[in-house]
Design a protein around this ligand. Structure first.
Ligand code: NAD
Length: 463
């Protein structure tokens, strides 16, 4: 008997879907919060219980290899630049490669075991479950790579909530992540993302019963929202990193490093140098070296006024200027400079908005101070108690250690561009979620796990 028409269609569709399933990749983007959380929840359970540590290690290793292969890093970097209109392509390549290569993985875990007269106590780090990770517009894809590697290494699943201005690049980056995870046999849906990250959806995500931890990377608003959710949270908030150059510094090296750090990705990183306090007796020579290293000094008060008008909106940075290049900013106020200019240098008083506001553009105010004590006091005021990042260029051991102690910042860099502290030319792992507000510091897989204790009474002391 001839097959019914409906049955035939069903068979053909089934066959096509199964063929797609063999070669295609599941979608990682969800419009509905419930669906994104449900997919990550089911996958996380399998990831936690059915995958040995060795298998987890294998999946994470392959993910690193796949993301570094071919054109992935270049494609997602170019897409981020196109979508957000912020930053520098060459630096975006460095950031993403860094996130893939230097984010710590499952090797970070070690069981703590103690034994005594009463037996054995084990303390192990266990996943929270599914993490809602809210990511910033300034490092969208580097944060996605860094958070994914950290969070799944700890046995968690993730639902990303990207900044509305970076959904496309986040989704593309996660398609590569999903393709690799599925190719190595990890549960489908382990890492998902919202495709409609409205404030309403962010609220629903944070309140969702299927979310056990919130990781919020961004400005004060998102960190406050995460901490008000009543759930455990990793809060990585804003900064306004001061850099001090004292009279004992190697001025040529200090000038070069400050320009490199301040201009990295057009000053988007939260750790990047945002204001400079220079001891008066070396300020002129320091400036001379900075001008040789890619700074352009804006001297005419009229031009400075125009730059303020362009870059500030009601005391906050004008979003249209965030992450733009120094030549672009200068062009908007009628000045043409070469493409090799990396930073706009402006001498200002300490209370100037360029000093006190986190501008996130390659615009460096230089404030002259009488001595190191004055520099330290001004740095403390400009950092606003964020306890995020600060730096010094000095060879005076006492100055270096006094500033490191007094600032109480999560990151303190001596005699290097600030980016050394996240592993670019520095001997440390990388982190794109630097948990300043909640205190986990530069995050690792351990930051996304909870400690559980298991006790065996009366046995297993072997001496
Ligand atoms: P942003 O605060 O505007 O956005 C960050 C994320 O939070 C986005 O996904 C956004 O949609 C969401 N969001 C914003 N307000 C929210 C609210 N009230 N409730 C819920 N979600 C909210 O920040 P941005 O401009 O994208 O990024 C720049 C800021 O992030 C800077 O202040 C920078 O210092 C900070 N930052 C910090 C770190 C860190 O590790 N500490 C890393 C990167 C960026």
């Amino acid at each position: 008997m001839a097959m019914a028409k409906e049955q035939l269609i069903e068979n053909v569709v089934g066959r096509v879907l199964s063929l797609l399933g063999e070669e295609g990749v599941s979608s990682c983007g969800y419009e509905k919060v419930d669906e994104a959380v449900a997919a990550a929840g089911a996958a996380q359970k399998a990831w936690q219980w059915d995958f040995s540590l060795e298998a987890r290690m294998r999946v994470v290793d392959r993910l690193r290899r796949d993301l570094l292969e071919g054109d992935v890093i270049r494609e997602v970097s170019a897409l981020t630049l196109e979508e957000t209109g912020m930053g520098r392509l060459d630096d975006k390549l460095i950031k993403k490669r860094l996130a893939v290569e230097k984010t710590p993985g499952p090797e970070f875990f070690a069981t703590k075991a103690t034994s005594g007269d009463h037996g054995l106590v084990l303390e192990e780090l266990s996943p929270f479950g599914v993490i809602a990770s809210i990511t910033p517009s300034t490092n969208p894809v580097a944060s996605v790579f860094n958070n994914t590697l950290c969070m799944i290494s700890g046995g968690n699943g993730v639902v990303f909530a990207p900044h509305p201005g970076a959904v496309k690049s986040t989704l593309r980056a996660l398609e590569y992540v999903t393709r690799s995870l599925e190719a190595s046999g990890a549960p489908s849906g382990l890492v998902t993302t919202l495709t409609q990250p409205s404030m309403e959806n962010l609220g629903l995500l944070m309140e969702h019963r299927g979310i056990q931890l919130i990781s919020a990377t961004g400005g004060p608003g998102v960190v406050k929202a995460a901490l008000s959710s009543g759930k455990p949270a990793v809060g990585a908030g804003p900064g306004n990193p001061p850099v001090v150059v004292d009279e004992t510094a190697d001025l040529r090296a200090a000038a070069r490093d400050v320009i490199l750090g301040c201009s990295f990705d057009n000053n988007l990183p939260c750790i990047a140098e945002k204001e400079l306090f220079a001891v008066n007796c070396i300020a002129d020579e320091l400036k001379k070296h900075m001008l040789e290293s890619g700074a352009f000094e804006l001297k005419d008060p009229k031009d400075v006024g125009k730059l303020m008008e362009l870059t500030l909106r009601g005391g906050a940075p004008n979003k249209a200027c965030v992450g733009k290049s120094a030549p672009w900013l200068l062009e908007q106020i009628g000045l043409k400079v070469g493409g090799d200019v990396r930073v706009i240098l402006v001498e200002t008083p300490e209370d100037h908005p360029f000093v006190q506001v986190e501008m996130l553009m390659p615009l460096l105010p230089l404030v002259r101070v009488a001595d190191f004590d004055e520099a330290l006091a001004a740095s403390l005021r400009a950092e606003h108690g964020f306890r995020h990042s600060a730096a010094i260029h000095s060879t005076h051991v006492v100055h270096m250690s006094r500033m490191a102690r007094a600032m109480e910042t999560t990151i303190f860099t001596k005699n290097a561009p600030s980016y050394a502290s996240i592993g670019v030319g520095g001997d440390c792992p990388t982190a794109f979620t630097i948990a300043t507000t909640t205190g986990q510091g530069p995050t690792t897989p351990l930051s996304f796990c909870r400690t559980r204790r298991c006790l065996l009474h009366g046995a297993f002391r072997i001496v």
